[in-house]
Design a protein around this ligand. Structure first.
Ligand SMILES: [Zn+2]
Length: 771
């Protein structure tokens, strides 16, 4: 038996290798694709035939084919196949034997390849007679027609397909691994038009994804018309930006019905997300009585987590939510309603008499259990409407209804625990699925390495992992840049959710991605880059200068740069760039601005690096703390690596601690004349990042006896808004010193005015600079 399994495994690998042989460049990769004899020519006389069950799907395909060729093919309704020159579609329950791949448990792999006759399975056979497309369900026919589109050249997408066109013989057997293959579109932080949402439904269908998770309510905007509460869209859909301008928009019920119908035709299920109890400022701005304080607030115009949430003690909150959800359920046929459940600060509930009374009356332990009470009540209500809930993994913390599903975002652990507890799970960990993150943290290869199945689960538990989702949060992504964030990464997600791990090979996948750029362009997708286009390798030379070498990360990229020495605050970049192909040497503080282009597109993220080959650079440091594993900023010697941080605190050059001070000593190696010590600090109160309250610098000749040079109080208030870089600089008459010490004092827990009062605050530093 063991040998039999091994044989099957090799057979599988052989079939799979054939499938990747480059015959047709299909994404996601079909389960098996075997070249066969014969060539079929599509010409003006080709007949398109379909049976009743799949008529709508075939009509959609023929509509596309007519646009592609400028011809007028019509669909002939029939169940019998002519003898030649045909494209024959048939969805039929008698094709039960067809589903693929076979029931094989791969050695060492828990992923049982099951014959569950799943909805998406289909088969394509092309020989000299014609094309035969069969499936059990019409969904399979829809997916087969997406494969057919990709078997024709990209020119077809721009209506330039010349007939006759020849297709090489092939047998494709295909079916999806996961049943839930999703994309979250956040249309709240930035509004996206009806046409744009429909374009994404088309793209999801084209790449065989089947869930649009539509994020419709947020702190920064309420986007769905609710008849019973008109202020939700009159007030809640609009915010006043920092510059005084108004921003917003919403979907009418007519818009939503149109979008839902459009998605149904493309086998995409729309799951609406109505966030509760947190992320609800826009609703509270419209109806202040929904909050604990009942005070008027504005629709938020900043990003973050806010303390005003729905009051869990007030019955009116539940009346409101039940009325809203009733209207939502009428609009969306999906079996799931997403209720959010993430990032709900409990501060207001702790201070609210009604919430505290609810805790006492319901014999709840604390505010966490009050959230469970809240979610359970909503879940029960939705169950009465024939719906199940799905929520972010936080809702698992207090226990949830048995048919509730979990979307795991804070890593895979929450999803794993949910699967063990018997809940269905959608995986979307920040590590692989957050497409609002730049390519520096999540590039195409990283997404492709994603496996939604965590280690250590039994086969039964694995069966609860129903799929995954990539999340397009839009704080920093207005509609105009969404394409560039989602593509080509969405192609990797589509393949990860469709195929089995042993089938995946990044290099072969990337070859196929390269053939899809022209197709994406024709599909009006303003795609971005697959990975950060160029990496800078910097090394210290023996004389203390920094040598920087550009390394291109993929073929076809060109890079150019400008270098500014001793940039001051008034510094502005020029428009003159020089080709960046050889190493450059940095001998004084400098800012390097570079840009990359690929297929006529400029890389969108700022490519700016600041270097400082100061006296303390590349010298050993002693730290009083462990840098945060999330923001190690270069590790133990990160504050002396000559790299300065950018305006993005996640750039990898900022080193952070939470809730403590930072004490750093640099050993210059020998006594030297110095005249200034400085450090830069990131300040972004919304992200719980505060500049130190004060920073003390000391010097020493022996590392034991210290002389305090200066203890500098922050000139900037703790409540300063926005993302700031705050320097603490001390310059003095030249002094001799071998050791320099910095003690940065944490601002203390987040202040009372903050949205997370009492929580430990972060400090972010990039470098201890000695001159
Ligand atoms: Zn309350």
């Amino acid at each position: 038996m063991k040998n039999f399994l091994v044989l099957l495994f090799f057979l599988f690998v052989v079939l799979f290798t054939d499938a990747q042989s480059g015959l047709y460049q299909i994404i996601p990769q079909p389960q098996t694709m075997i070249p066969s004899k014969g060539i079929f020519e599509i010409n003006n006389e080709t007949k398109v035939i379909a049976n009743d069950v799949c008529l709508p799907e075939v009509m959609l395909f023929v509509e596309w084919l007519n646009k592609a060729t400028g011809r007028k093919f019509v669909v002939e309704k029939s169940t019998s196949m002519p003898s030649s020159n045909f494209i024959f579609f048939s969805a039929n329950k008698t094709f039960q034997e067809m589903a693929v791949p076979p029931t094989v448990k791969l050695p060492g792999d828990l992923n049982t390849l099951k014959v569950d006759q799943n909805e998406g399975a289909y088969k394509i056979v092309i020989d000299e007679r014609g094309m035969m497309i069969t499936a059990v369900y019409s969904t399979g026919i829809f997916y087969a027609s997406q494969s057919l589109k990709q078997m024709l050249p990209a020119a077809a997408e721009s209506g330039m397909l010349k007939l006759p066109y020849q297709l090489t013989g092939v047998r494709i057997n295909d079916s999806p691994k996961f049943t839930h293959r999703g994309l979250l579109l956040d249309c709240c932080r930035h509004f996206m038009s009806v046409e744009f949402v429909k374009k994404y439904i088309d793209l999801l269908g084209h790449y065989k994804m089947n869930v649009l998770h539509w994020h419709l309510t947020e702190d920064q905007g309420w986007r769905i018309q609710i008849d019973k509460y008109p202020l939700l869209t009159e007030v809640g859909a609009w915010r006043t930006e920092a510059d005084g301008s108004r921003y917003g928009g919403f979907y009418t019920k007519a818009d939503i019905r149109e979008i839902v119908a459009y998605a149904q035709k493309r086998h995409v299920t729309i799951i609406p997300e109505i966030e509760l109890p947190g992320h609800s400022c826009a609703a509270i701005a419209a109806y202040p009585e929904l909050s604990c304080t009942k005070e008027k607030i504005d629709v938020e115009n900043e990003w973050g987590v806010f303390k005003d949430i729905y009051c869990a003690g007030d019955e009116n909150t539940f009346v409101f939510l039940e009325n809203v959800l009733s209207e939502v359920c009428e609009l969306f046929p999906s079996s799931y309603i997403h209720i959010g459940g993430d990032e709900a600060p409990k501060f207001r509930w702790e201070q609210c008499d009604k919430c505290q009374k609810r805790i006492a009356d319901e014999h709840l332990k604390d505010e966490a259990e009050l959230q469970t009470y809240f979610i359970e009540r909503i879940a029960k209500f939705l169950e009465g409407k024939g719906k199940k809930i799905i929520g972010w993994d936080e809702i698992l913390e207090g226990g949830i209804p048995s048919n509730a599903a979990i979307q795991s975002w804070r890593g895979m652990e929450g999803g794993k625990n949910a699967a063990i507890a018997g809940h269905d799970v959608v995986m979307s960990p920040t590590s692989h699925c957050y497409f609002d993150y730049g390519l520096a943290s999540t590039d195409l290869r990283e997404v492709y390495s994603f496996d939604p199945i965590p280690d250590g689960l039994s086969i039964k538990e694995v069966s609860h992992i129903i799929g995954g989702e990539c999340n397009m949060w839009s704080e920093h992504t207005p509609q105009s840049v969404v394409d560039g964030m989602l593509f080509p990464r969405l192609l990797a997600m589509s393949e990860v959710l469709w195929t089995y791990p042993p089938q995946r090979n990044y290099d072969l996948f990337y070859e196929r991605v390269n053939t899809h750029y022209d197709r994406l362009k024709a599909l009006n997708v303003d795609f971005g880059f697959p990975t950060v286009p160029v990496k800078l390798v910097s090394v210290f030379l023996p004389d203390g200068k920094i040598k920087i070498t550009p390394v291109k990360t993929f073929d076809g990229v060109s890079v150019a740069y400008q270098l500014h020495k001793n940039p001051d605050v008034s510094f502005t970049p020029s428009d003159k760039y020089i080709p960046f192909s050889e190493a450059i040497i940095i001998d004084e503080p400098a800012r390097l601005i570079y840009k990359a282009s690929f297929r006529g597109k400029e890389y969108r993220e700022d490519l700016v690096r600041s270097f400082d080959p100061h006296l303390g650079a590349n010298k050993p440091l002693t730290l009083s703390y462990e840098p945060s594993p999330y923001y190690p900023g270069g590790g133990t010697n990160g504050l002396a690596d000559g790299n300065l941080g950018s305006t993005n605190f996640r750039d990898g050059f900022w080193q952070a601690v939470a809730g403590q001070n930072m004490e750093v000593v640099v050993d210059l190696g020998k006594s030297q004349l110095i005249s200034s010590v400085s450090s830069n600090w990131f300040h972004y109160a919304n992200a719980w990042i505060f500049r130190p309250s004060h920073v003390a610098y000391s010097i020493s000749e022996n590392g034991t006896d210290w002389e305090v040079l200066k203890d500098i109080q922050s000139a900037i208030s703790e409540s300063a808004s926005g993302e700031l870089i705050i320097p603490f600089i001390y310059s003095f008459e030249k002094r001799n010193a071998r050791f320099v010490k910095m003690i940065a004092n944490n601002n203390g827990p987040c202040p009372v005015w903050h949205d997370a009062p009492g929580e430990p605050s972060w400090m972010f530093c990039d470098e201890l600079i000695v001159r």
